[in-house]
Design a protein around this ligand. Structure first.
Ligand code: SAM
Length: 278
């Protein structure tokens, strides 16, 4: 496995977060038992509507820790999970055992999918992890290579504008930490920089994160030989587990920011069956 500096750093941070047991590193909630319920839990907005999962070859890309790979397997997919964090892979292995399903579980870097043959997946499901690599175009090229003709790619990630604004409110206004046109990692400043907080748990794990621009993502998907057929901009309440939100969020808080800009984007793309002319 090829591991660059950023990936190695983030691997260590994710192991630390997993050791501390923060929610992102563990399965959250309890999915329903019906097939329709499981699909809704996995894919609340129906981005995979019309895609047959029974018998499909699914790659849960950087999907360690959560339910996704196990739910694909329960829905009859031939499932592969790739993630860099061994501890989170162990969590999913254990969950698969409890749920009596099989999944192929591999430790790897999403920038290097060389272990997978061309056109070897019908679905690539890629949730909330593209920010942890420096070279999004390379990941998207790899996704396009391993996706079979007629296959579907679903990417969920943080909105690049919002990510540049988060935590930057000062003197009554938002002051982006870096320009939209800068491809550098998002700077971490202030006393809570690098601290992940969930309820009473506070873990110092300064992950290196990149707010890849929309043009990087869209053109990266195109360069990977895929055709985009949907782009959605989402509020946290459309994507995250329910929680009580303040009606009038304090200025400068993420809740405030998310009333102004979308928290997440989802992009869906298909690999055409015929040859693509570029
Ligand atoms: C926010 S978590 C998302 C987990 C899962 N996709 C989900 O939505 O529940 C980000 C995941 O990306 C993984 N990750 C970070 N950098 C990676 C890389 N270069 N290659 C593979 N996985 C990586 C982490 O180990 C972690 O499991």
């Amino acid at each position: 496995m090829e591991v660059d500096r950023v990936t190695e750093h983030n691997r260590r941070m994710w192991e630390r977060l997993a050791r501390a047991g923060i929610p992102y590193t563990r399965p959250q909630g309890r999915p329903p038992r019906t097939r329709a319920g499981m699909r809704r839990f996995l894919d609340p907005h129906g981005r995979l509507r019309g895609v047959r999962l029974a018998g499909a070859r699914v790659l849960a890309l950087a999907g360690g820790g959560g339910w996704d790979a196990v739910l694909f397997a329960k829905l009859g997919a031939e499932t592969t999970l790739l993630d860099i964090s061994r501890r989170q892979l162990d969590t999913v292995r254990e969950l698969a055992r409890k749920e009596r399903v099989r999944a192929r579980i591999v430790q790897g870097n999403m920038k290097d999918l060389a272990r997978f043959a061309d056109a070897s997946f019908d679905v690539v499901w890629h949730s909330h992890s593209l920010v942890f690599v420096d070279d999004a175009a390379r990941v998207l090229r790899e996704v396009g290579r391993v996706l079979a003709p007629g296959g579907t790619y679903v990417l969920s990630t943080v909105h690049p504008t919002t990510m540049r604004l988060s935590g930057t409110f000062a003197g009554g206004g938002w002051r982006p930490s870096i320009s939209y046109f800068a491809d550098a990692p998002i700077p971490q400043r202030g006393k809570d920089a690098g601290v992940w907080e969930f309820g009473r748990k506070r873990v110092y794990a300064p992950t290196i994160e990149y707010a890849h621009r929309l043009e990087t993502i869209i053109n990266g998907i195109a360069a990977g030989g895929m055709l985009i057929d949907g782009l959605w901009e989402l509020r946290p309440q459309e994507f995250e587990p329910p929680r009580r939100r303040p009606r009038h969020p304090p200025p400068g808080s993420d809740d405030h920011l998310h009333t102004l800009f979308p928290a997440y984007i989802q992009v869906r793309a298909r690999r055409p069956r015929g040859a693509l002319t570029r």
